[in-house]
Structures are given as structure tokens and as C-alpha cells.
Design a protein around this ligand. Structure first.
Ligand code: GDP
Ligand code: MG
Length: 175
């Protein structure tokens, strides 16, 4: 089996955009994989000759049935935040490397802090990716994500495809 790299983070930060850019049409049929749920997409890819399986988590949020719940301290509805944290816990159990994606347009949110706490305690190999860093101002602002205590944020723009090579270099180094 190839090493597993999971992308986690709160909804709307751009996890699926990055995943789709990497995987394109090569998405695995998740129902055939034991112990997986339909809201995780798997796809095989490679970088610098290293093969790995990328996992996109949290697809349920865009599945049409957005769960309605009370907005909690994280600023996300409770059901969504439970979903995010259970995806993070699953990633901690199964992944070799975790990409924690945050949104450089929105800045740090309480939901990001909650996810960061779980990841710091896990002692897993985590790469912090500040997505939507589409311009110089956002790249500068992205230094604020240092405060999450997970090391240096890597600026990327999944839409533009900028910075993704540096992120991939770090992923394969961590495998
Ligand atoms: P997910 O919920 O984390 O999977 O996020 P999505 O990949 O569905 O993206 C949420 C929204 O952010 C979509 O409207 C994307 O087009 C947008 N988005 C994703 N990556 C970028 C980026 O690099 N820059 C900008 N400006 N928007 C992005
Ligand atoms: Mg998604």
C-alpha cells in the first residue's frame, strides 16, 4: 500500500480544489475500500518519483445536505464542526502525513484553532498549507498562521497552481 496523505481543515478552505488539481479524474471508488466512508475521496498521485495516496476529507459539507445546527464557539454549526473533528481524528489514525489547510483570505478562525489543537497533540507529521494566498498581500498576511503552533505555513493558491510544488516537496520529504 502507498503512503497516505490526508487533507484536513474546516469547510471552504479549498481542500477539494487542491485535491482535484492533484488527482483530476483518477479518483478511487471509495465504496470498494474497507473502512472508508463516502465523504472521503482517495486518489493516487506522485511527485519526484514518490507515489502516495491523497485523501480529500469533508465532502459531506458540499453534498447538498448541509447539516443545520447551532453555531458553536468555532463559528461553525455544531454538526459541521463534529464532522470536521471526526475527519481529523480519522486522518490522525490512518494517514502518514496530514496537510492542514487554512484560508489566507479569511485568516485564523476558532475552528482552525480547534483543529490545530487536535493535530498538535497527535504528534503526527503535519504540513500547514495557507491556501487562497493569491497575491502578495495575502502571502504576507499568511504569517499569522504561525500562531497555530504547527510550524511555518506554506502559501499556496490552489486555483492558480502557485506554491503547490513547494507543498508537494514537503509532503514527499515527510513520507
Ligand atoms: P473545501 O470545502 O475545503 O473542499 O473547499 P473547496 O475546494 O470546495 O473550495 C471552496 C471555495 O474556495 C471554492 O469557491 C473554490 O473555488 C475557492 N478556492 C479554492 N482554492 C482557492 C484559491 O487558491 N484561491 C481562491 N481565491 N479561492 C479558492
Ligand atoms: Mg471539499
Amino acid at each position: 500500500m502507498k503512503p497516505l496523505v490526508a487533507i484536513v481543515g474546516r469547510p471552504n478552505v479549498g481542500k477539494s480544489t487542491f485535491f482535484n488539481r492533484m488527482i483530476g479524474e483518477r479518483i478511487a471508488i471509495v465504496e470498494d475500500m474497507p473502512g472508508t466512508t463516502r465523504d472521503r475521496l482517495y486518489g493516487d498521485t506522485d511527485w519526484n518519483g514518490r507515489e502516495f495516496t491523497l485523501i480529500d476529507t469533508g465532502g459531506l459539507e458540499l453534498g447538498g445536505g448541509i447539516p443545520v445546527g447551532q453555531v458553536g464557539l468555532s463559528g461553525q454549526p455544531g454538526d459541521i464542526m463534529n464532522h470536521v473533528t471526526s475527519q481529523v481524528q480519522l486522518a490522525i489514525e490512518e494517514a502518514d502525513v496530514i496537510i492542514f489547510m487554512v484560508d489566507a483570505q479569511a485568516g485564523i478562525t476558532a475552528a482552525d484553532e480547534e483543529v490545530a489543537d487536535l493535530l498538535r497533540r497527535s504528534k503526527k507529521s503535519v504540513i500547514l498549507a495557507a491556501n487562497k494566498a493569491d497575491n502578495a498581500k495575502r502571502r504576507l498576511d499568511a504569517v499569522e498562521f504561525y500562531a497555530l503552533g504547527l510550524g511555518e505555513p506554506i502559501d499556496i493558491s490552489s486555483i492558480q497552481g502557485v506554491g503547490t510544488g513547494d507543498l508537494l516537496d514537503l509532503i514527499v520529504e515527510a513520507l
